[in-house]
Design a protein around this ligand. Structure first.
Ligand SMILES: [Zn+2]
Length: 74
């Protein structure tokens, strides 16, 4: 949902292979994905993408009701 209009707006991503410094240009839809470098054949990660923007999920133990942890105790 909500992705139908974003696919066409993605710009190509340019980046350097960390292994052989070859410049790559891939479609924006590959941002955040892993591709094979055409030069050295190593697996490299395309920078960008929503994975970098999304903060890691945080679980605050204080939000857990203690009754849910020990509710089964007699
Ligand atoms: Zn390479």
């Amino acid at each position: 949902m909500g992705q139908s209009m974003s696919d066409d707006d993605l710009l190509p991503v340019e980046f350097e292979c960390v292994y052989c410094s070859t410049r790559h240009r891939v479609a924006g839809q590959y941002a955040g994905r892993r591709i094979h470098c055409k030069s050295c054949n190593e697996i490299i990660r395309v920078p960008g993408g929503s994975l970098d923007l999304a903060p890691p999920p945080t679980t605050d133990p204080r939000d857990v009701d203690i009754d849910t942890l020990f509710g089964d105790s007699p």
